[in-house]
Design a protein around this ligand. Structure first.
Ligand code: CU
Length: 122
């Protein structure tokens, strides 16, 4: 019990110290599964983010998996919190959210087709 309490405290401390950061990569397979993401959002072949809106807490790691065979982006509507650049088919983009707020984003290539999403961080 004592050990469990210690591990819990360490995990909390690590989360609190964790700022905003991004990871890029992937290609083939299901790379989000190896990223330790708390939430996975697919950027799919139907030009949609799924789920389109997610609710998380600070310190959570979100992985966008491009499940299409073509390129998408994960790009903040305003600011640069999410700025994936081109994410090729089968690749992923990971971002850990360090601050509360609402981040509306879109795919820079398919925004005109309604490919938009939102992350609410509490
Ligand atoms: Cu797209």
């Amino acid at each position: 019990m004592q050990l469990l309490r210690f591990v819990g405290a360490a995990a909390l401390a690590a989360a609190a110290a964790c700022g905003s950061s991004s990871i890029y990569g992937g290609g083939g397979g299901a790379p989000c599964t190896g990223q330790g993401a708390d939430v996975v959002v697919s950027a799919n072949a139907s030009l949609r983010f799924s789920p389109e809106s997610i609710l998380i807490t600070t310190g959570k790691k979100v992985c966008w998996q491009n499940t299409a065979s073509f390129t998408h982006t994960v790009t903040s509507d305003t600011g640069t919190v999410l700025n994936s650049g081109n994410v090729g088919g089968g690749s992923f983009y990971v971002h850990t959210f360090g601050a509360t707020g609402t981040v509306a984003y879109h795919c820079a290539i398919h925004q005109g087709s309604g490919m938009v999403g939102k992350v609410v961080i509490q």
